[in-house]
Design a protein around this ligand. Structure first.
Ligand SMILES: Nc1ncnc2c1ncn2[C@@H]1O[C@H](COP(=O)(O)OP(=O)(O)O)[C@@H](O)[C@H]1O
Ligand SMILES: [Mg+2]
Length: 453
């Protein structure tokens, strides 16, 4: 991976961000630690210095030689000038010393080695004061303190560098690992974009976030594949089913052409051709309407609908049509039953069911519309005492253009129940076709809304 590519990876940027945060924390901790340690060491050094001074102070005040001896012994014990001394009497004579005789103020101070005439790079911490009338200067080299400070600073510097290198290495490693898995995802999605819906993303099994996303995408691909397959099936069915009416249309036109050639009347053939093309037009319109309902756009028009009143009204329209066919249409829709929905589509769906019963049942059939409101659902049904639909075909009649063998010659498009199914799905209603013993009962179960009057 090139550095420029690396920078584009959020994982790398994240690792770098964490590194900088750690580095910042390290610097703060280092600075605080250094200050505390330095102060403590300096305090300890001052305590040692004070201890030397007071020890010398406790010498016999009357015996100056004893003090000079004590200091001389200490000077001898420190050939490398780690401690320095200067004893001057009231007259200004130096009695004992291992440094140059320079004026040093009373109290605490830090003096450069060169000022004291000592050959070392480190300064001295010095305490000067009166001692039995004499003037004593005691100093300790800062060598240990300075060296220790340097060791601490160098240590912190190296560990900061190590942390930085480790974090960059870890960031690069994580980024390239993630990149490999993401490239897999990208190439799979490319294949999907190319039309291969059977391909799936690899799932590592570790259950990490990428696995979760991959699983989610795989599920979506599965659903998408099933949908596309269903659409393909529907298109194939439609293409297949439409061949018959188109063939009929062609036959009528050919018949007209043949009759025209022998100067025979063609009006009947042309009228039949027009009727056939109108039937094809109706089929296409119905197909389009179902597609529109399935697209769900009409859900925006949903409003509270009293299903009992609606089915009652639809029933009223068909009472006479049923009578003309020698059938009886009864409506048992007593109380109000409110649901949320599209009034026009629901009217169309129930009209289709009643029309089916009238069209596909013989005279003498009793058709019953019923609406029942329960605690939280409303069941609307249309039943008849006709021939019914065999159990094995009750799912098939919901498919577009599917008609029972015996109905092939009756008028119709084979789309009435498909529309009912689309309307039921749009309303989230359960649709069930059952045996009314004898006959067919079509039931739609809606969620009931309460509080509407
Ligand atoms: N009430 C019914 N009784 C018997 N068969 C029915 C009934 N309703 C529908 N069918 C059968 O289901 C098929 C599909 O119905 P539908 O989709 O409405 O198409 P169409 O009524 O245009 O034929 C019908 O062709 C018919 O064979
Ligand atoms: Mg129908």
């Amino acid at each position: 991976m090139r550095p420029a590519d690396l920078w584009r990876h959020s994982s790398f940027r994240l690792a770098l961000g964490v590194t900088l945060a750690v580095l910042g924390a390290l610097i703060v901790v280092g600075a605080v630690g250094y200050t505390v340690l330095h102060r403590q060491l300096a305090d300890r050094q001052d305590a040692r210095l004070m201890e030397i001074f007071t020890t010398l102070q406790q010498s016999d005040a009357a015996d100056q030689q004893d003090l000079v001896d004590a200091i001389t012994a200490r000077i001898t014990a420190s050939p490398s000038h780690s401690s320095v001394f200067l004893l001057r009497d009231a007259a200004g004579r130096v009695l004992a010393s291992n440094i140059r005789d320079v004026p040093i103020p009373v109290g605490w101070s830090i003096v450069e080695a060169a000022v004291l005439g000592v050959q070392t790079d480190y300064p001295y911490r010095v305490y000067a004061g009166d001692l039995h009338g004499d003037y004593l200067v005691v100093g300790l080299s800062n060598a240990d303190l300075d060296d220790l400070s340097e060791i601490i600073l160098t240590g912190f510097g190296w560990s900061a560098l190590a942390v930085l290198i480790a974090a960059i290495a870890a960031g690069t490693w994580i980024a390239s690992k993630l990149q490999r898995r993401l490239s897999d995802v990208t190439s799979t999605l490319h294949r999907v974009a190319g039309g291969d819906l059977s391909t799936r993303l690899a799932v590592s099994g570790r259950g990490d976030d990428l696995d979760l996303i991959s699983g989610e995408i795989n599920q979506t691909l599965g659903r998408l594949g099933a949908l596309v397959e269903a659409m393909r099936q529907v298109s194939a069915d439609i293409a297949h089913e439409l061949r018959t009416p188109l063939n009929r249309l062609r036959i009528h036109i050919e018949e007209a052409a043949r009759n025209a050639a022998i100067s025979a009347p063609v009006e009947d053939d042309l009228a039949a051709a027009i009727a056939q093309s109108e039937a094809i037009d109706r089929t296409f319109s119905a197909l389009l309407r179902i597609a529109q309902i399935e697209a769900g756009a009409r859900r925006e028009k949903f409003a509270p609908v009293d299903l009992a009143a609606l089915l009652g009204d639809v029933g009223d329209v068909y009472v006479e049509v049923a009578e003309d066919a020698g059938q009886t249409l009864l409506c048992d829709v007593a109380s109000a039953a409110w649901v949320t929905g599209d009034k026009e589509l629901l009217t169309q769906a129930f009209a289709n069911l009643i029309e089916n019963a009238i069209r596909h049942c013989p005279s003498g059939t009793v058709i019953t519309c019923r609406v029942r409101a329960e605690a939280n659902r409303v069941t609307a049904s249309v039943s008849d005492s006709g021939p019914g639909i065999p159990a094995g075909e009750r799912d098939l009649v919901l498919r577009r253009l599917y008609r029972l063998e015996k109905s092939r010659t009756t008028e119709g498009t084979g789309l009435g129940l498909s529309l009912v199914k689309a309307v039921a799905d749009l309303h989230g209603a359960e649709l069930a076709l059952a045996d009314a013993m004898p006959g067919l009962r079509v039931e739609m179960r809606f969620a009931r809304i309460v509080g509407v009057s």
